[in-house]
Every structure is written in structure tokens, then in C-alpha cells.
Ligand binder design. Structure first.
Ligand SMILES: CC(C)(COP(=O)(O)OP(=O)(O)OC[C@H]1O[C@@H](n2cnc3c(N)ncnc32)[C@H](O)[C@@H]1OP(=O)(O)O)[C@@H](O)C(=O)NCCC(=O)NCCS
Length: 209
């Protein structure tokens, strides 16, 4: 299982289960010199995945730096959209050309139920049916992936209660319960998987045909 299986062929995907002792371009390492070793390794591996995925889209982009924006979001090349996630046992980056995809977010988490104190903050009433199963964490990952797609388009905060998720079998409907002129309402695609103890989720907006 990989994010590859969740996404259309317009995406390039790179995943690894562990950290790669990859060197960072100076541009990126500057922002992480003060971080803990584990965070530096996670960050470096996410960027390594990002460059591998960029290289699959366009071999000339395989060495491109992906700096950290002031908002902590990755700064992708102008003609590319992308997203990075890391959790125990997985680092993953996905990219696509802006002409094919308007926005994307990916998220991954271990497959276990959300802690009870998180349930109230994250799940809406219709989602509480999942509270005692790992499906509650699937809902969480849909919301986090949604946020990663939402933020670069809108640059506005979105609260967990401002999105309503209805899970299907490896799919989901997500309704953003607040309007924003730069968010294409009703066009978000969602796919998720639960495999070998990991939840992977992708939310993306395809370009209009
Ligand atoms: C930003 C956030 C979504 C990251 O998710 P996470 O589960 O903590 O961590 P992940 O490993 O999955 O993702 C981290 C990566 O997200 C990316 N990221 C960070 N901020 C981002 C943003 N504003 N927009 C897009 N991507 C962002 C970065 O690439 C980061 O990795 P890096 O620092 O190594 O580059 C989360 O910390 C957060 O702030 N959530 C609250 C907002 C939210 O989700 N609302 C729900 C709306 S329904």
C-alpha cells in the first residue's frame, strides 16, 4: 500500500518507511538547525521524498529546494502543487502539475482510535459514531489533509468543527461549512486506506476539464 494507490496518475508519489540520511540543501537546513535530531531527520526525509517525487514529474526538478514558508507550509515550484506527511513508520510526499491539480493535502497516522479528549474537539456530531474505532482517526486525517489543501488556496484558518466528513469505503465526502472565494466548494476528492497499522489519506481538487 502507498499513497500511489490512492491518487490518480497525474500525481508523482515518493514514500519511505524510515529516515534517509539525506543531506539537505543549505537553503532548507538553515531553518532546521535548532530542531531535535528526530525532527531534523523526519524533515530531511520528507524533503528527500519531495525531490524524488518532483524528479518523477520533471527530471530537471530532481534537485530543487523546497523551502519552508513563513506559515510552515512547503514552498513548491510555481507550476507544482504538493504535500508532505510523516508519522511513525511513514514519510510521504506527493506532487502534481498545477495544470492538472488545484490543491492537494496528504496525511498519515497510526491506525488506532483518537484519544477521548480529542474526540470532542475534532469530531462533529455525525462523526462521533466512529469515536471508539480507528475510523475516528481516519476522520482526523481527512480533516488534516483537507487543511493542507485548503491553506495554500485561502491562507485562512479552518477549525476541525468547520468540516463535516462522511466516510465511505476508502472514500469520503467532505463539506467545508464556511465559504471562501478561493475554495472550489464541492470539488474535493478524498481517498483513504488502512493497511498494516497505518492510515493514509489524500484530499485533492482536480483542475476543471
Ligand atoms: C499543519 C498540520 C495539518 C500538519 O499536520 P500534522 O499531522 O501535524 O503533521 P504531518 O506530518 O502530517 O504534516 C506536516 C507537514 O505538513 C506541511 N505543512 C505544515 N503547515 C502547512 C500548511 N499551513 N499548509 C500546508 N501544509 C503544511 C509541512 O510540509 C509539514 O512537514 P515539514 O514541516 O517537515 O515540511 C497540523 O499541524 C495542524 O496545524 N492542524 C490544525 C489545522 C487543521 O488541521 N484543521 C482542520 C480543518 S478541518
Amino acid at each position: 500500500m502507498s499513497m500511489r494507490m490512492l491518487l490518480p496518475t497525474s500525481f508523482a508519489v515518493c514514500e519511505t518507511s524510515g529516515d534517509i540520511p539525506a543531506a539537505l540543501p543549505e537553503f532548507e537546513s538553515v531553518v532546521t538547525t535548532s530542531a531535535q535530531a528526530a525532527r531534523r531527520a523526519e524533515f530531511a526525509t520528507g524533503r528527500w521524498c519531495a525531490r524524488r517525487a518532483l524528479g518523477d514529474l520533471d527530471p530537471a526538478a530532481a534537485h530543487q529546494a523546497v523551502p519552508v514558508g513563513d506559515d510552515r507550509a512547503p514552498v513548491w515550484p510555481p507550476d507544482v502543487v504538493g504535500s508532505i506527511t510523516h508519522c511513525t513508520g511513514l514519510r510521504s510526499a506527493v506532487v502534481a502539475r498545477r495544470r492538472d491539480v488545484v490543491a492537494v493535502g496528504v496525511d498519515a497516522e497510526p491506525a488506532r482510535p483518537l484519544p477521548l479528549d480529542a474526540v470532542e474537539v475534532i469530531l462533529r456530531t455525525n462523526e462521533r459514531q466512529y469515536a471508539e474505532s480507528a475510523l475516528s482517526t481516519v476522520v482526523f486525517t481527512v480533516k488534516e489533509a483537507l487543511f493542507k489543501a485548503w491553506w495554500p488556496l485561502t491562507r485562512t484558518w479552518l477549525d476541525f468543527q468547520q468540516a463535516r466528513v462522511t466516510l465511505g469505503d476508502g472514500t469520503a465526502d467532505v463539506d467545508v461549512l464556511t465559504a471562501h472565494p478561493d475554495w472550489p466548494t464541492g470539488r474535493a476528492q478524498v481517498r483513504w486506506s488502512m493497511h498494516d497499522g497505518l492510515i493514509r489519506t489524500a484530499v485533492w481538487i482536480p483542475a476543471e476539464p
